[in-house]
Design a protein around this ligand. Structure first.
Ligand SMILES: C[S@@+](CC[C@H](N)C(=O)[O-])C[C@H]1O[C@@H](n2cnc3c(N)ncnc32)[C@H](O)[C@@H]1O
Length: 430
């Protein structure tokens, strides 16, 4: 799986494919998942160790050996479930079986050297003084790409940057949103408890509950097929209510797939009115229809199209929506804990392109809003260019808009914060 991800595959898809080729027990699947995701998240930290332990820098090691050493070293660093001797011998055995027999003694030597150094109390140069600068120290400590560590320290104080890094390396919570048209949080918690799964309400979220521990295939849990709940992170559950949608209104969800927020909007409105769920991803859009159907929601209309061009392509829609949600495509820097490989995928140039698209979305969608209407812009990132700076510039160019509220939620900001999200509520003054 690590090889596949290094070659460009997405971590979750690669994991599913690899696990599909095995017949591992649920416990072993859990361990495999933890090791693979952990080793991918900690790539920079693990490389820093390999640089110290080997004669050749990590990036110049044969890739197969590098990823194998990552798995071995990750277990030594982070797993209290695998005894060190087992981690070393399994790594060496895998090297032999995986066509690296000649390098098996190297793997053995490096992992044992790590154990000796740890025993002697040696660590990596992880303080700013040792590493040369604060960004390198933070980047290695929390395994963040150099550009992100440096940017973070420009955006927030060091403690907040550290908490962000830590949150990105902590397995995220698994939260559900109860469909209150069909059930209640208490009923869903009781049904899950009867199936041996503990779930607890999330404070401050009327429909939010969180699962304790991992539960395998969620679609098999009670209430899923019946549309009593869907999976949605606690921070994402804060977005749809910001529109304050009223029964009977016309709402546009301009970037809707896979439908987490369209379905929330429809539930919030008692399924009375119309939510136009637009997206340019056709396959992803099918998931909106499936989710709406499973949750029993009839007020959602699905449309394939480009939101930046909708006002031009369908001029009859101009000024026709009471509320518009722009849940924009973004760099996803608020969800790095959920997507183990994302931090190695995104870069500043891609973010600049996203900012252009985000601005085009806002400009293209504004003419569709009714006078006195409300537009909510949201992202799951913490990058100011995609968030506050973008909204400040947009509002400055449209004096008819007022920012009614805006906030940035940071991963790790407080215990149980959930994903990082930004939201701005804009009101049209006519
Ligand atoms: C953050 S995701 C939306 C998540 C969704 N709102 C939810 O809660 O489930 C962003 C979406 O924007 C869509 N998108 C990107 N560019 C678009 C465009 N120009 N017009 C419409 N949709 C677009 C992507 O296909 C993607 O599904």
């Amino acid at each position: 799986m690590l090889q596949a991800v290094a070659a460009g595959a997405y971590a979750d898809g690669a994991l599913e494919r690899e696990l599909g080729r095995t017949s591992l027990s649920p416990a072993d699947r859990g361990l495999a998942t933890e090791l693979a995701y952990g080793a991918i998240r900690q790539r920079r930290l693990l490389d820093a160790w390999l640089d110290q332990l080997g004669k050749v820098p990590a990036e110049r090691q044969p890739p197969k050996l590098r990823w194998l050493l990552h798995i071995g070293l990750y277990q030594l660093l982070a797993s209290d479930r695998v005894p060190p001797s087992a981690a070393v011998s399994t790594t060496v055995e895998m090297a032999k079986r995986g066509g690296l027999a000649r390098l098996a003694p190297v793997a053995n030597g490096m992992l044992r050297a790590f154990l000796r150094r740890r025993e002697a109390g040696d660590t990596l140069p992880l303080t700013p003084e040792q590493a040369g600068d604060p960004a390198t120290a933070l980047g290695v400590r929390q395994s963040l790409p150099p550009w992100l560590a440096a940017e973070l320290l420009g955006w927030v104080p060091p403690e907040r940057a550290e908490a962000f890094g830590l949150a990105c390396n902590t397995p995220p919570s698994l939260d559900l949103r109860v469909n209150r048209l069909r059930s209640t949080p208490a009923e869903v918690c009781a049904a899950l408890a009867a199936a041996g799964v503990e779930a607890l309400p999330i404070e401050g979220l009327p429909a939010g509950i969180t699962l304790q521990g991992r539960s395998g295939d969620l679609s098999r849990l009670p209430g899923f097929a019946e549309g009593h709940w869907c999976v949605q992170d606690r921070a994402a559950q804060r977005i749809a209510p910001l529109l304050d949608p009223q029964p009977g209104e016309r709402i546009l969800d301009a970037c809707a797939a896979p439908g987490g927020k369209s379905t929330h909007l429809a539930e919030w409105m008692g399924d009375q009115g119309m939510v136009l769920a637009l997206d340019r991803g056709e396959a992803r859009l099918r998931r909106v229809s499936r989710n709406a159907e499973r949750l029993g929601l009839r007020s959602i209309a699905v449309q394939h199209g480009d939101a930046t061009a909708l006002a031009q392509e369908q001029p009859e829609l101009q000024g026709s929506f009471d509320r518009i949600l722009v849940d924009a495509p973004c760099s996803g820097l608020g969800t790095l804990a959920r997507h183990a490989d994302a931090r190695w995928r995104i870069d500043p140039a891609a973010i600049e392109e996203l900012v252009v698209l985000q601005r085009q979305l806002l400009e293209g969608l504004l003419p569709l809003l009714k006078p006195q209407g409300r537009m909510v812009y949201a992202t799951c990132t913490v990058h100011p260019s995609e968030n506050s700076a973008l909204i400040d510039a947009f509002v400055a160019d449209h004096p008819s808009l007022q920012v009614q509220q805006s906030w940035q939620l940071w991963p790790g900001e407080f215990a149980g914060a959930g994903d990082g999200f930004y939201a701005a509520v804009l009101e049209h003054q006519g």
